[in-house]
Unconditional design. Structure first.
Length: 366
């Protein structure tokens, strides 16, 4: 295999941009124009993390616990979002369970939203936490899992002894009857683990994980860059992974950011999502936030001085959307490649999201 970094320039679409309409990946109906509030808000409740994943930079960047938004600041924000039509909160970090009040915050999200996704590395999911999660009805829990055996897993999180601890947490969740159907796994596809994806998926399916989300590694570290040969292998690996899951009876591959994928060359994220950093900065997308850090200069406003709705409807946000729609942001090229990776995943409209079971309509990779 060569180590050459594959240039990933999205192809130009042959149809003029004004004719390209974002559509639901399920029913193919056009998605609505800008809603009064984002469908999904990604709450990054802390930049702190107790793991050291090599492909991540959160742990390399200083995080300021004292500047994090407080529970009392989140409550009115959640009320405003719920009032304006936001349906889903993705609560994540860093590692959200590093906050002492994470369970209170999760319950506040749960009681004000239709759906909550908790994205976690699993280290904080002790029996008390699982009991608290079981008492909710609309929280889904997604654990990150990137290794295929003990050695590769501990390497993937940069800390020894994590395989048993996190596998134990996943098993605890999966064996809790009240959480049936609500446990997912997020697998970050790297050049190192891509050939093992069917085995990783099988391990997780065997312990009872309900749904799977795959995401390309987000890093320009040379160890994370895919070679051309790797890219050629990827469709076959994804098909083998999907086939393996189907033989076990698992059909659900659900993206935790519906609407993310629309077309390879067009991004709809800032029309449907908003990302709020731990210090109250509002960003148009996670890459604009700076990925694993907060680039305050990229913020479209801060909740400590401006209500969310004013930021959402501001001229700066409009400009951000227009640049996103034509892929003009600095990170769009790399990011759009990731959207392509979600081609086999869901991107349902509001009507389709209400279906109890969404099966992706395009189960192929690319
Ligand atoms: S990838 Fe997640 S678990 Fe790993 S260091 Fe980054 S924030 Fe922590
Ligand atoms: S970097 Fe570009 S393509 Fe990626 S989410 Fe942001 S606007 Fe969309």
């Amino acid at each position: 295999m060569t180590t050459e970094h594959l240039p990933f320039a999205p192809p130009r679409h042959p149809v003029p941009e004004s004719f390209i309409r974002p559509v639901c990946t399920e029913c193919r109906k056009p998605l609505p124009e800008l809603p009064a509030a984002p469908e999904t808000v990604i709450l990054i409740v802390t930049n702190r993390c107790n793991l050291r994943c090599p492909s991540c930079s959160y742990w390399r960047t200083p995080a300021d616990r004292m500047r994090e938004m407080t529970f009392e600041e989140y409550v009115p924000l959640l009320e405003e979002l719920a009032h304006d039509g936001t349906r889903r909160i993705v609560m994540t970090g860093g590692e959200p369970t590093q906050r002492k009040d994470w369970k209170d915050l999760l319950l506040a999200c749960s009681s004000s939203m239709q759906e909550v996704l908790l994205l976690t590395n699993g280290t904080g999911l002790d029996p008390d936490a699982v009991e608290a999660l079981a008492a909710t009805e609309n929280v889904r829990i997604v654990i990150s899992w990137d290794g295929w055996d003990l050695e590769s897993f501990d390497k993937s999180v940069g800390r020894a002894g994590m395989y048993d601890r996190i596998l134990g947490a996943a098993e605890r969740l999966c064996s809790t009857a009240e959480l049936d159907g609500r446990i997912g796994i997020n697998i970050t596809i790297t050049p190192q683990n891509m050939e093992h994806l069917p085995d990783i998926a099988t391990l997780m399916a065997t312990i009872g994980v309900d749904f799977f989300h795959f995401h390309l590694v987000y890093s320009d570290d040379p160890s994370c860059c895919f070679t051309e040969e790797a890219c050629r292998m990827m469709p076959g690996i994804m098909k083998a992974t999907t086939d393996r899951l189907r033989t076990i009876g698992i059909e659900t591959l659900i993206d935790h950011v519906p609407f993310a994928f629309i077309r390879n060359e067009r991004c709809f994220i800032p029309f449907a999502h908003s990302t709020i950093g731990p210090y109250g900065d509002v960003f148009g997308c996670i890459p604009a936030k700076g990925g694993f850090m907060d680039i305050a200069d990229n913020a479209l406003g801060n909740l400590r001085s401006t209500p969310f709705s004013s930021i959402w409807n501001s001229a700066d946000y409009m400009k951000f959307r227009s640049d996103a729609a034509s892929g003009r942001h600095r990170n769009c090229i790399a990011c759009l490649a990731c959207h392509a990776a979600r081609n086999f995943s869901a991107g349902p409209c509001r009507d389709c999201q209400d279906k109890p079971h969404i099966v992706p309509s395009t189960p192929e990779f690319y």
